[in-house]
Write a protein that binds this ligand. Structure first.
Ligand code: SAM
Length: 330
C-alpha cells in the first residue's frame, strides 16, 4: 500500500490532500497587498495550464517560480515533478502556507527551497551554482516589476549569465495583456514597440493564452497574457545589450514619425542630417519607414552602423539630446 502511494507520488500525479488555496488564504488571513501587485489565482485548471505552457519538465530539471504567493502555481509545478523547485517570494507572510506545501510535498523527493527575497536582487549564480540542470522560469508576475524583470533577464540572456548560462532556459510568465501583446507584436503591428524588438532579438516570444481579470483575487483592472519566451539558439546579434537598447529606444521614441527622426536623436545636431543619411544608407534601411514597420534585423543593422560610427566618433556615445544644454525642439 505504502509502495503504491509512493509510486503515485513519484509519477508526479498527485499531492497528498491539502486545504484549497482559497481556504488557506482565508485561514491565514492573507489579504492581498496592492504595493506588491498581489492578485491570486485560485483555479487549479488555470495554474495547471500556465505550467503546461512551460512545456516538458524533465525529472532532472529545476523550476524557479517568481512570487509563489499562497502557492497555487507551486502546486501545479509540484505535480510535474521537477528535481528541484526554487521559490523566490518577497512577502514573508506566505511563510506558513509555503512551508505547509513543502511538508506535504516531502514524499515527492523534490529539492524544495524557499527564499524570501526580491527577485530583482536575487543572485541566480549563487543559488544555482550547478549548470547541469535545465532551468524553467515560471511566474504569475507582479505587474509592477514585470517589464523591468523581463529586460533584466534579456540582458542576462545576452551575456549568458545568471539563469541563462545555459541557452535552453525558457521563461513562462504572465503580463498585463497589453504588455504581453507588445512583447509578441509582429512588424507593422499596432502594439509594435521597443519591448517587441528587444524581446525578439534574443528570444522567440509565444503568446500562450489569455486569463480574464475576473479569474484573479482581487480582480485586476485588466486581463492577463501568458507568454513563453524561448531563447534563440543563435541570437540575432553579438552587439552589447546596452547599445542595442539605446538605439532601439531612440528609434521608437517617435513612433509615428519617419524612423530617421528618432534615430537622429542619437547624434549631435551639428551634422545630424548628414550622418543620419549616411548611416541609413550603410545599413540599407529606408529612412522613411516608421519605427513599427522596421524588422528586428533592420533595427540591428542600424545598431551596427551606429556602433561603427562610435569607433571614429567615440564622444557621440555620451551625447544626450535630452540633457538641458542640448534640449532641442525636434
Ligand atoms: N503566484 C501567486 C498566484 O498566482 O496566485 C501570486 C501571484 S501575485 C500576482 C505576485 C506575487 O509576487 C505575490 O506573491 C507577491 O508578493 C510577489 N512579489 C511581488 N514583488 C516581488 C519581488 N520583487 N520579488 C519576489 N516576489 C515578489
Amino acid at each position: 500500500m505504502a509502495q503504491a502511494s509512493a509510486r503515485v507520488l513519484q509519477s508526479g500525479m498527485r499531492l497528498p490532500p491539502m486545504p484549497t488555496i482559497r481556504e488557506l488564504v482565508k485561514l491565514y488571513r492573507l489579504q492581498a497587498r496592492k504595493q506588491l501587485s498581489q492578485n491570486f489565482l485560485m483555479d487549479e485548471r488555470l495554474t495547471d495550464k500556465i505550467v503546461k505552457s512551460a512545456g516538458r519538465i524533465d525529472p532532472r530539471d529545476l523550476v524557479l517560480e517568481v512570487g509563489p504567493g499562497p502557492g497555487g502555481i507551486t502546486r501545479s509545478i509540484l505535480r510535474r515533478h521537477p528535481q528541484r523547485l526554487l521559490l523566490v517570494e518577497k512577502d514573508p507572510r506566505f511563510g506558513e502556507t509555503l512551508q505547509l506545501l513543502k511538508e506535504c510535498a516531502s514524499p515527492l523527493n523534490i529539492q524544495f527551497d524557499i527564499h524570501y527575497d526580491d527577485i530583482l536582487r536575487f543572485n541566480m549564480e549563487q543559488h544555482i551554482p550547478d549548470t547541469s540542470q535545465r532551468i524553467h522560469l515560471i511566474g504569475n508576475l507582479p505587474f509592477a516589476i514585470s517589464t523591468r524583470l523581463l529586460i533584466n533577464w534579456l540582458e542576462d540572456l545576452s551575456c549568458r549569465r545568471g539563469a541563462f548560462r545555459r541557452i535552453d532556459t525558457c521563461m513562462t510568465l504572465t503580463f498585463q495583456k497589453e504588455v504581453a501583446d507588445r512583447i509578441c507584436a509582429p512588424v507593422g503591428g499596432e502594439q509594435r514597440c521597443r519591448l517587441s524588438v528587444m524581446s525578439q532579438v534574443w528570444t522567440e516570444p509565444v503568446m500562450k493564452f489569455t486569463i480574464p481579470g475576473k479569474a484573479f483575487v482581487p480582480k485586476p483592472q485588466v486581463d492577463v497574457g501568458v507568454v513563453k519566451l524561448i531563447p534563440l539558439k543563435r541570437p540575432k546579434t553579438q552587439l552589447p545589450f546596452p547599445l542595442v537598447e539605446r538605439v532601439v529606444r531612440h528609434i521608437f521614441s517617435m513612433r509615428q514619425k519617419y524612423c530617421r527622426r528618432g534615430f537622429g536623436t542619437l547624434l549631435p545636431p551639428e551634422d545630424r542630417e548628414d550622418v543620419t543619411q549616411k548611416l541609413f544608407q550603410r545599413a540599407e534601411v529606408q529612412d522613411t519607414l516608421r519605427s513599427f514597420e522596421l524588422t528586428v534585423e533592420q533595427c540591428l543593422r542600424l545598431a551596427e552602423v551606429y556602433s561603427e560610427h562610435l569607433v571614429t566618433r567615440p564622444e557621440v556615445a555620451a551625447y544626450d539630446y535630452r540633457a538641458p544644454k542640448n534640449a532641442e525642439v525636434l
